[in-house]
Structure formats: C-alpha cells, structure tokens
Design a protein around this ligand. Structure first.
Ligand SMILES: [Fe+2]
Ligand SMILES: [Fe+2]
Length: 389
C-alpha cells in the first residue's frame, strides 16, 4: 500500500505528545492511588498495558462458550418460520431454498414453511384447550425467567474477570435476548391468556437479580436455568415446540458456565464456607420448591409427575452447585435426602396408595439428543443420584 504522506508540524506534535504523556501520568497516578486506598479508581476492569481485561485472556473460556455459541448460533427465521423474525442472511435464505429444492416431496412437505396462521391451526389441531393452557402456564413461567436471565447475564458482564469470560457472558446476553423475544411469540401463538409471574417465581427471579456478585451465577445459571433446561427437555419433542431443542442446547451451555468459570477463578474458602453466604444462597433457592409445586396441575395435564420433575431438577442443580463450590446450609447429599423425604411425606398425605420412591433418581427429559446433552453436563442420571445419595 502506498500512502501519500501529508506534512506535519513536528514542534506542535511533540508538544501535544508531551501534554498527553503528563496528563496520562497524572490520571493513572490519581486513579491508582484511589484504588490503593479502597476507593474506585479506574471504572473499567481493563488493562490497556496488556491489551486485555483484568484476569487475562482465558482463551479456554472463550473457546468453550463464545466460539461454541457462534458455531451453534441459530436464527428464528430458520428455526421458527411461522414467527415474525427476519433474521436470516441472504446466504442462509439461499441455502434454505437450495435445501428445500434437494428434498423429496415428503421431506419438503414436512419442512414446509408454515405461516403464522397455519402454525396456530397446527396448535389447535394437536392440543385441547386445557393442554394449551397448561403448556402456556409452563412456558410463560420460563418466558418471564428469560427476561430476568437477560437482565442478570447483562449484569454479569461487569462481574466476571478475563477477556474470555466476558466474551462468554456476552454471548449469553445475546442468547437470552433471543430466547425472550422468540419464546414470547411462541407462547402468544397458543392464543390463550398468558399468566403473570406466580409469587414464587417473582421472589426467585427478583432474588437472583438482587443477589451479590457471583451468587447471581448460582441463582440464575445453576438454579433457574436448570429448571428451564429441564422444561425444554420435557417439551421439545411435542408438536410445534421443536424450536425448544435449540433453547435446550443454549441453556446447557449457560448452566455449564459457572463451573467452567470457577475452575479458572475458584471461590475462596471463605466465599464457600461463610455461614451468611450459605444461608443467603439457601434462602435464594427456597422459592424454587413452591414454584415447581405450583405447576403440579399443568405438569399433570401433560402426563408428568411434578415430584419426578422436581427431583430431576434438584439432582441436576445440586450437582452443579456442589461442583462450583456454592455450598448451602446443608450438604447436597443431605439436601437431596431431606427433600426426597419431604416429597414422599407430601405424596403419602395427598395421594392414595402412595409407595415410597426415590424421586431424586428420576429424569423427565425426553428425546435422545437432549438426554445426551444433559449427560455431558450432569453425567448419567443413576451415577449422579448414587453419588449424591
Ligand atoms: Fe434462556
Ligand atoms: Fe440461559
């Protein structure tokens, strides 16, 4: 490249550079001194000497979350052609057309781009009104959760250290935004009233957003997203809900993020064991139990026992919490035993002929692909249950 160099007044340049160097020295010294005495100096946790965020590159986190998220990035226009989204590129649209041309008539019929009205007809054909109401109650609970996942993940960008972790969380923010807007259209397509948040959901999600520091990882990524993952795993094989497989894949990465992050930046012994922090986390998790119980009639309508679902969620969440070092007031093993006893006691009182069973060993995820994804994060269900029991 040949540039045409312009003349520059060297004396003026030298003076400008000197002024900048002195100003820079003063600013850095002032902010450095403030930071040393515990006042916030530089606002950004950014190290421009190293050209890196504080905490270093941590490329492994970037590869496992940012790179992978971009590889698996899906577009609503392709995955939910009945929606109002027009987010595919020209190239993606051309590929969709080519793929359709190469299909047999039967394949094309199965993949036919359904309009919004046709999609509503499909839902009306496949589900009774009561089933639609049950699906909307369950999915909208997750839909409200997606709004909070968006807010919490955005707040985590300034909480995590390293370039890799920030890139990872940034992808979560993008995915949660997509989850919220796409799920909202899916829920609204059912054409029944969308319930507001239950009291338990309100308490759980507000608790996550208000939590301190990395406790937001525990509340949102470990607890709430394990509930979401389990619901997507339960519903993604149902007619019209196939797009939830993609949500399930995204949520699996989000639930794995705290563990991958805390391997690089482990919690201190005090952060794990501080009795006040353990109590705070326990109280934050508490509304999850009545929240799941609250959905008993809707889950029953879809043929799922709420305690099997709850046990499956608890086993997965406890496994992730322990791996990340998020200890609660009692150990994971005690927690699972206690809740198994409570579930059985409740069933003895409310269900005729109840026989004791290990709800913590159950798994309500349908679909081979979804089960394989979960095995990668949680290990085989029985092995985890045995480890925890
Ligand atoms: Fe999400
Ligand atoms: Fe998520």
């Amino acid at each position: 490249m040949k540039f045409t160099k312009l003349p520059v007044n060297q004396r003026a340049t030298d003076l400008n550079r000197k002024v900048e160097a002195i100003t820079n020295g003063v600013i850095r010294a002032y902010d450095g001194a403030k930071a040393r005495i515990g006042l916030r100096g530089r606002r950004a946790d950014y190290d421009d000497h190293a050209y890196e965020f504080v905490g270093g590159a941590k490329d492994s986190l970037r590869r496992r979350h940012y790179d992978k998220s971009l590889r698996l990035l899906w577009k609503a226009e392709q995955a939910a052609p009945w929606s109002s989204f027009r987010d595919a590129t020209d190239g993606e649209r051309a590929l969709m057309g080519m793929a359709e041309r190469g299909m047999t008539d039967a394949e094309r019929a199965a993949r036919v781009r359904v309009s919004s009205a046709e999609f509503r007809e499909l839902l009306d054909r496949e589900y009774t009104l009561t089933e639609k109401k049950a699906i909307v109650a369950i999915l909208s609970a997750i839909g409200h959760g997606e709004a909070y996942a968006w807010l919490v993940s955005a707040s985590m960008i300034d909480e995590v250290k390293s370039t890799g972790a920030r890139a990872a969380v940034t992808m979560q923010v993008l995915e949660e935004a997509k989850h919220f807007v796409v799920l909202r259209e899916l829920v609204q397509a059912f054409g029944v009233e969308v319930p507001r948040q239950s009291a338990w959901e309100y308490l759980l999600l507000e608790g996550c957003l208000k939590a301190r520091g990395l406790d937001r990882f525990f509340g949102m990524n470990v607890l709430v997203e394990t509930i979401a993952l389990s619901i997507f795993g339960l519903l993604s094989d149902k007619p019209g809900l196939e797009v939830l497989r993609l949500f399930h894949l995204d949520e699996s990465r989000h639930t794995a993020l705290p563990d991958n992050y805390l391997r690089e930046f482990p919690l201190t012994d005090w952060q794990r064991k501080d009795p006040r922090a353990r109590l705070r986390r326990f109280l934050m998790a508490l509304p999850a139990l009545p929240l799941v119980l609250h959905l008993e009639p809707e889950l029953a309508e879809l043929g799922t026992d709420v305690f099997e679902f709850g046990g499956s969620v608890m086993r997965k969440a406890v496994h992730l919490a322990e791996r990340g070092g998020f200890t609660l007031v009692i150990s994971g093993k005690q927690m699972l035993a206690l809740f198994n006893a409570a579930f059985n006691a409740y069933c003895s009182l409310t269900r005729e002929g109840h026989v004791w069973r290990d709800y913590m060993a159950s798994d309500t995820t349908h679909g081979e692909a979804e089960a394989a994804v979960e095995r990668e994060i949680f290990g085989p269900p029985t092995a985890v249950a045995q480890h925890a029991a």
